[in-house]
Design a protein around this ligand. Structure first.
Ligand code: CA
Ligand code: CA
Length: 372
């Protein structure tokens, strides 16, 4: 019987440890700040790790193909941002074929050559940067970018493009940023700092039939002509940032019942601009509004009683308008946000000690469902 007690005791210890680790993990934001490494990718075909978080997808040999797929599935129902440096080889005139940034419910490699390791993958979404003109696929002669679907590399089936880009086969690393805004359903691709392709659609429902857990990878290939293809992973932010910014579930429950919360949003004297120190708190509000589209929000600004009452009223209005503008920039409809600046009219504490002034400078928020 004592043995049973010991096991039970260990179990409790493990539970406490697990809970502790969970809380630490949740608060640390580790997933966001953890540097990306080649180890986070599954390499296939001719792909080899090169150091400095870089992968050579193909050497400059004919009929090579290689891919690097991120190990974990990503959640396409949430936003992400990726930053990479990409090399398309040194041979502009005789170099081929290009690279595809692919999304699919599986990790795979499609056909080589003109297929760029993407052709035949279904269902899928692919951002191609194609450096070889295949006339029968309606490629333009110049290097180009296009948004492909379901493994088709013929431009007849394009979602967007082909869009001509400056020659990329110049032995240089080119910066590539891919961002997905899940609220606006907006995909953006920037090459060397310039936005070259955008696309707005409900990718999860229109391309993947409701499946939001997807893998993403980079595929490249050569054919009868070749180039070296290389990628260096710089920064990946998958959906975690907003998911991390949540009210405590108990507070969330109270807020949805209409309880008022005095937000942690504080501003320096006379200031009303949103700064980095506000983002986590405002993202909690954003998160709750996104999760409950039927709810609207009152944001009330209050100042301390120092200074001129009229100036304070203007200042408190500017503060709530800054918060409202941020929420709107993230896709929350204007008519869901009700903003009021009350200045110094409603202090929570009339005691005139200095630290109480601080307490009066506050933002009150209240969620409400207008239909109940
Ligand atoms: Ca081509
Ligand atoms: Ca070229």
């Amino acid at each position: 019987m004592s043995g049973f007690g010991l096991i039970r005791g260990q179990g409790r210890f493990e539970c406490v440890l697990a809970l502790f680790l969970l809380i630490w993990f949740y608060n640390s934001g580790l997933t966001q700040e953890d540097p990306i490494g080649v180890d986070d990718f599954v390499l296939a075909g001719d792909a080899i790790a090169m150091g400095d978080e870089c992968v050579q997808l193909t050497p400059a040999y004919d009929w090579s193909s290689g891919s690097a797929w991120y190990r974990d599935a990503i959640d396409m129902s949430l936003s992400f941002a990726m930053e990479m440096d990409v090399m398309f080889g040194c041979d502009d005139v005789g170099g081929a074929d290009g690279i595809v940034f692919a999304f699919a419910p599986f990790r795979g490699t499609g056909r080589p050559g003109e297929g760029m390791g993407f052709s035949g993958m279904q269902p899928s979404l692919g951002i191609e940067i194609d450096t070889w003109e295949n006339e029968h696929l309606e490629d333009p002669p110049e290097d180009h970018i296009a948004l492909l679907q379901h493994g088709y590399v013929h431009h007849f089936y394009n979602l967007k493009g082909p869009i001509i880009i400056p020659n990329v086969e110049n032995c240089q690393l080119h910066s590539l940023h891919i961002t997905w805004d899940h609220v606006k359903k907006f995909l953006s691709v920037a090459l060397d700092g310039k936005e070259v392709l955008t696309f707005q659609t409900d990718i999860v429902n229109h391309i993947f039939d409701g499946e939001s857990k997807l893998y993403w990878g980079v595929t490249a290939a050569t054919g009868r002509y070749n180039n070296q293809h290389q990628i260096c992973f710089r920064k990946l932010e998958f959906a975690k940032p907003l998911a991390m910014y949540r009210f405590h579930p108990r507070e969330e429950k109270l807020l949805l019942k209409g309880n008022l919360t005095q937000s942690e949003l504080t501003f320096s004297d006379g200031k009303y601009e949103i700064g980095d120190q506000h983002i986590s708190e405002i993202n909690k509000i954003l998160n709750l509004l996104q999760a409950h589209p039927q709810f609207e929000i009152d944001i009330d600004g209050h100042t301390d009683e120092l200074g001129n009452a009229r100036d304070n009223q203007i200042l408190s209005t500017k503060r709530v308008e800054s918060i409202g503008a941020y929420l709107m920039s993230k896709g929350i409809a204007k008519d869901r946000i009700h903003m009021s600046g009350y200045g110094q009219k409603y202090p929570v504490d009339r005691n005139l000690e200095q630290n109480k002034f601080k307490k009066n400078r506050r933002i009150d928020i209240r969620f409400f469902n207008p239909r109940t």
